[in-house]
Design a protein around this ligand. Structure first.
Ligand code: MN3
Length: 214
């Protein structure tokens, strides 16, 4: 993702039919080319007329939207979040067969959840417990402690470090799964790119860009 305005839509990192049978081509086209693209376009349109904020990074926009002028505040909150969340969502999906977390991440999962199936159960409970549209997250704090969160709409869990997210907006699954959010979650879980999630975790631990200096 670009550091600041103008933001660009990252290409889907795999073929549109690469996630079959778990996620179908039509869902990928609508989700990436229409929904994700719209968040990018809308965010750019909002910032186009506000040059003072064009140097803000995506993460700054996601966290500091309450400081913005009233006419773009809610729009930036929704669309910067939409860009941030979808960037991570597509980046952490992989067409390859199930892979495992790195030793570092697996150790943290064991410490903070017990095992991977307990983490899955926690993320599933967050996904199904999110009323209406939103997200289920695996996040790390500054000390590398993991937790699961849910956020409504396009809110992010920043400044906690997001490692993995499941989009539970109906647009993420309705074409293929209709109202069966639990079935969609089970399929999504099979597609998690654990090497990518592990790399984000390791990178977070080595630079901890969001931690206050102690
Ligand atoms: Mn979505």
């Amino acid at each position: 993702m670009e550091a600041h305005y103008p933001f660009t839509l990252p290409p889907l990192p795999f073929a549109y039919d690469a996630l079959l049978p778990e996620l179908d081509e039509r869902t990928m086209h609508f989700h990436h080319d229409k929904h994700f693209a719209a968040y990018v376009d809308n965010l750019n349109k909002l910032l186009e007329t506000h040059p003072d904020y064009q140097s803000w990074s995506l993460e700054q926009l996601c966290q500091r939207w309450p400081e913005l002028p009233e006419d773009i505040r809610q729009g930036v909150r929704n669309n910067a979040g939409g860009v941030y969340n979808h960037d991570l969502y597509f980046k952490t999906l992989a067409p390859t067969p199930a892979t495992a977390p790195s030793d570092a991440l697996a150790g943290a999962v064991a410490r903070d959840f017990g095992d991977l199936s307990a983490l899955k159960a926690a993320m599933k409970a967050a996904a199904l417990g999110q009323f209406g549209s939103g997200w289920s997250w695996l996040v790390s704090d500054c000390d590398g402690r993991l937790s699961v969160q849910k956020t409504p709409n396009q809110d992010t869990p920043l400044p906690l470090c997001p490692l993995l997210c499941c989009d539970v907006w109906e647009h993420a699954y309705y074409l293929q799964y209709q109202n069966r959010r639990a079935d969609y979650f089970e399929s999504w879980w099979l597609l998690v790119d654990w090497p990518q999630v592990s790399q984000t975790y390791t990178g977070h631990l080595s630079c901890r860009p969001r931690c206050p200096q102690s």
